[in-house]
Structure formats: structure tokens, C-alpha cells
Design a protein around this ligand. Structure first.
Ligand code: CA
Length: 259
């Protein structure tokens, strides 16, 4: 080993000792920061809905269907919905009407203040069982993904994933499956699929429908799954087209205002 390598070796040992020391100190009072992932990764998500009168026989609607799948990749400085917290207007609007307009506006704002990266959508499922897929980007600065879609008919019931990190131990995940649990968004008091609208003056925290006490149905198991796969490149950047349509319209509005 020549002299230079030797010096470098010493530095490396020193660096490791220092980082161990820092990690040791940090673990005493707070969690050690998780390892980050480098660069950019592309993903495909496929939502398979199994929801039908076979899986959920009680009071089953004639045509169970799902709204568009709306998604955003983002960082830890923002969440779009979260168990135990009340939702903003964007998720309320998806949960009650399947409409993503407010959500897209909120996600665009999040991009402008450097908290989100990509907004995307997948097709609606006109008759469940069925599936919907979407492609999206995450980056080292925006490694989380949130997805939401509405069960229809329903008062304010959604499924999705909230702030799922696609980076684990410094590596982009190749493949991950998440059950499509059903949540009550806490904005409407209806207890059955086709209950009349009962807007809540004060929003309740998001809860698993099964455990929320907010439905008359004895049990409400997951309605399928989300499968995430890391892919080489995005092949369908426009998704289902709805997000693109709204973003183009918002952009035109902005440009018109600036003229
Ligand atoms: Ca509710």
C-alpha cells in the first residue's frame, strides 16, 4: 500500500468512527435519519379491485365502481391524508364525489412550494372487479407516494396509500404489494352505501372503516391491492388524461392572468 492509500485509509476509518459517534448520539434522543436513495426512479402501480357482492355481500350495491385513481409523489413536509388526521378539501372532494379537481390544485401548490414532484392518475373502474394503473416518478427529494380513490356508491369511503416511501435502506424498492384497505374520510356522516348526504360541520379524523364505528356494515375487509413495480421508463406520461387536462387548463389560466 503506498503512502496516499494509507492516508486515505486513515481518513476512511476516521469518517466511519465519526459517523458511528454521530449515530450513537442521535439514537439517544431521536430516531436516526433513514438512508436516502439516489437520483430518480420510475414506478408503475396497478390497483386491482376485487370489490363485489361476493366479497362484501351485506347491502351490496348493484354496480360497485371506483373513481379515477389520483396520485402524487412528495416529501415528508406534506401529507395529503393520514390515519388519525382530518382531510383537506382535495381529499374530501374525491371521497364524496370522486372529483380530483381540488386535489390537483392542492398538489400543484405543493409542487410550487417544493413539497411534491409528480401528479398522476389512473382510469376509473366502471364496474368492480376491475383494475386501474398509473405510472409516476419519485426522486431522492420526493420519495413518497400517496394514492386515493373513492368507492362508489359510498358516503365518503376511500382506499389508497398514504405517504408510502419507495426508498428502503438506501435502495429503491423493486416490488411492493399493499392491501387496499378502506377508510372513512370523516367528511360525511352517512353509514351505508347509498345514505343521503350528511355533511359533517366538523371533520372527523380518517379511520379504517372497519374500526371506525361509522358504518352499519358488520365488517369491511380490504377491497383488493396495490402492486408497485419499479420500471425503466414512463411509457404513458398522460395517465388517464384527467390530471393532464386539468393541469393544462390551470396553466392556461395562469398564463392568461399574466398577459
Ligand atoms: Ca363517513
Amino acid at each position: 500500500m503506498n503512502k496516499n492509500n494509507n492516508v486515505r485509509g486513515k481518513h476512511a476509518v476516521l469518517a466511519i468512527s465519526v459517523s458511528l459517534l454521530i449515530a450513537g448520539c442521535a439514537s439517544n434522543d431521536r430516531q436516526v435519519e433513514p438512508l436516502g436513495c439516489e437520483g430518480l426512479a420510475n414506478y408503475k402501480v396497478v390497483f386491482s379491485s376485487t370489490w363485489s357482492n361476493a366479497t362484501h355481500p351485506q347491502d351490496a350495491p348493484n354496480t360497485p365502481h371506483m373513481s379515477h385513481l389520483f396520485g402524487v409523489s412528495h416529501n415528508q413536509d406534506i401529507s395529503f391524508w393520514k390515519l388519525g388526521e382530518s382531510v383537506k378539501d382535495g381529499i374530501k372532494s374525491i371521497a364524496e364525489k370522486g372529483s380530483g379537481f381540488e386535489f390537483i390544485k392542492e398538489a400543484e401548490w405543493a409542487i410550487r412550494i417544493d413539497k411534491a414532484k409528480d401528479i398522476f392518475d389512473g382510469n376509473d373502474i366502471k364496474s368492480s372487479p376491475g383494475s386501474s394503473e398509473a405510472e409516476f416518478k419519485v426522486t431522492e427529494d420526493f420519495p413518497l407516494v400517496t394514492l386515493t380513490n373513492m368507492l362508489a356508491p359510498s358516503p365518503d369511503w376511500i382506499t389508497g396509500v398514504s405517504s408510502l416511501s419507495l426508498c428502503e435502506n438506501g435502495r429503491w424498492i423493486d416490488f411492493k404489494t399493499i392491501p387496499a384497505e378502506v377508510y372513512d374520510a370523516g367528511t360525511d356522516g352517512g353509514r351505508t352505501y347509498t345514505a343521503k348526504d350528511q355533511p359533517l360541520a366538523e371533520r372527523q379524523p380518517v379511520a379504517l372503516l372497519n374500526e371506525s364505528g361509522r358504518t352499519d356494515y358488520a365488517s369491511f375487509p380490504a377491497i383488493g391491492e396495490y402492486v408497485f413495480t419499479k420500471i425503466e421508463s414512463i411509457t404513458n406520461p398522460d395517465g388517464a388524461g384527467y390530471v393532464k387536462h386539468i393541469r393544462d387548463a390551470l396553466k392556461k389560466e395562469r398564463l392568461d392572468r399574466e398577459d
